[in-house]
Design a protein around this ligand. Structure first.
Ligand SMILES: Cc1ncc(COP(=O)(O)O)c(C=O)c1O
Length: 458
């Protein structure tokens, strides 16, 4: 026990201590956080669907019809008609032959990589891939080569030089929209390399599904690569407002995963109300794709407002906007000061992001208003300057020092979707040095920050 408290103290000293905050009432563009109404700028509820009446109703009806739990894993007696219906719908949405539900995105990534990365192959993984991909690589029997973020040359070099002789098909795995940076993988280049080196590909569309591409169908669909990518992972707990995830691909791959993906085999099937909620969300998205346009317009609005305030933002904005701070303690101080202004923009620190690139990860939702996004940008800039960050002067305007009450009034009084107020309740990452997680089989290649064998920039 003493050892645990020492470790917790160390985390506090490093500015890396984490704690849970509680939201009262449903998720939305504004929430009541630990009893205080705030503008929410860090949720993945990108389309604002998690409290949508039709989705709530679908989940409630499903609970009455099918019960709350599936009672067993998919391979025993937990596969229900509602699972099959959602899987068919997801396959159509992603333009693939089949789809298979998993309990979460974490489990889906873990399962598909563990299943495909057998001893005879070699895995190639982007250095900024999500933790669940890293865990899948660890669980796989194959050795792993970590290539520099979005660097096709480095990937090509690895495929050429590092694939063991007589190895089976290599496996390339990447996020499509990167969760902490919001940038997009060069999918066409990756698909070309996969063809050249006869590699399989896995693309994690957790933050792309429902957010980008034609009618929110994702980055793979935007690039027209549905038939080229072997496995598309999507989540139901982000833009689709529910919980769970899926892998989409060929029917043969689905049959293989049923036989080889351990999180599917050894875990209870997704709960019927959640599955029905996700199905309703998908139907809603297909009927009203303008939500996706609203999300993208809001992303442009916040991106423009942050740029106007003097933040160096990525050129090509997505709905995930990193505001680089650097040091973990300052980042969390900025988050706390913003909360005093009733803006919740979560600070993100190592090990989620590389050392020295702590940041605010700001996300927008289709249900934010442009006005509140502009005011949020102003609040973020003022707080950042107050903490000594180099933001530039920003646009000329009257002092905001007395504006706090106005902000608070507007954000706290804004109604939720069901009409009631809710009282119940930078810089682009320089990411080339992120190798603090060893993804590599000890006997094979070991990624290190400055490993000369990969020709890394030091
Ligand atoms: C890129 C990426 N993949 C997978 C996941 C895991 O998804 P889930 O939250 O459904 O477990 C996340 C979660 O944030 C993510 O950002």
């Amino acid at each position: 026990m003493d050892e645990l408290s020492t470790r917790l103290d160390e985390l506090r000293d490093l500015g890396l201590y984490r704690r849970l905050r509680l939201v009262s009432g449903p998720q939305g563009p504004r929430v009541v956080l630990d009893g205080t109404p705030v503008l929410l700028l860090c949720s993945n509820n990108y389309l604002g669907l998690s409290d949508h009446p039709r989705i709530r109703e679908a989940a409630a009806d499903a609970a009455m019809r099918w019960g709350v739990g599936a009672g067993a894993s998919r391979l025993v007696s937990g596969s229900m008609t509602i699972h099959g219906r959602l899987e068919e719908r997801l396959a159509r949405f992603k333009g693939t032959e089949g789809a298979l539900l998993f309990g979460s995105g974490y489990l889906a990534n873990f399962g598909v990589i563990q299943a495909l990365g057998d001893r005879s192959s070699m895995i190639f993984s982007d250095e900024l891939n999500h933790a669940s991909i890293v865990e899948g690589c660890r669980a796989a029997k194959a050795p792993v080569f970590v290539y520099r973020h979005n660097d096709l040359e480095h990937l090509a070099w690895g495929l050429r030089e590092k694939t063991p002789r007589n190895a089976g098909r290599p496996l390339i795995v990447t996020d499509s929209v990167f969760s902490m940076d919001g940038d997009i993988a060069p999918l066409e280049g990756i698909a070309d390399l996969a063809q050249r080196f006869d590699a399989r590909t896995i693309v994690d569309e957790a933050h792309a599904t429902g957010c980008i591409g034609p009618n929110g169908r994702g980055a793979v669909a935007a690039a027209g690569l549905e038939q080229e990518i072997d496995a598309i992972v999507g989540t139901l707990g982000k833009a689709l407002g529910a919980y769970g995830a899926f892998v989409a691909g060929s029917n043969e791959l689905m049959r293989y995963l049923v036989n080889a993906a351990r999180p599917l085999i050894f875990s209870t099937a997704p709960a019927p109300p959640i599955v029905a909620g996700a199905l309703a969300a998908l139907e809603l998205l297909e009927q009203s794709p303008e939500r996706v346009e609203r999300l993208q317009a809001n992303a442009r609005t916040l991106h423009g407002a942050l740029q106007a305030e003097g933040f160096a933002m990525p050129d090509d904005p997505s709905h995930i906007l990193p505001i680089m701070v650097g040091d973990a303690t300052t980042t969390m101080n900025v988050t706390e000061s913003l909360l005093e202004r009733r803006v919740f923009a979560q600070g993100i620190r190592p090990p989620t992001v590389p050392e020295g690139t702590s940041r605010l990860r700001v996300t927008v939702s289709a249900s934010h208003t442009p006005q509140e996004l502009r005011k949020a940008a102003q609040a973020i800039a003022e707080v950042a300057r107050a903490h000594g960050l180099d933001v530039g002067e920003g646009p000329k305007r009257p002092s905001m020092t007395n504006a706090r009450e106005d902000d608070l009034g507007e954000w706290s009084a804004a109604p939720s979707r069901n009409g009631a107020a809710q009282p119940e309740a930078g810089r682009k990452a320089s990411s080339s040095a992120f190798f603090d997680v060893e993804q590599i089989d000890p006997g094979m290649v070991r990624a290190r920050r400055t490993s000369p064998q990969f020709g890394l920039r030091g």
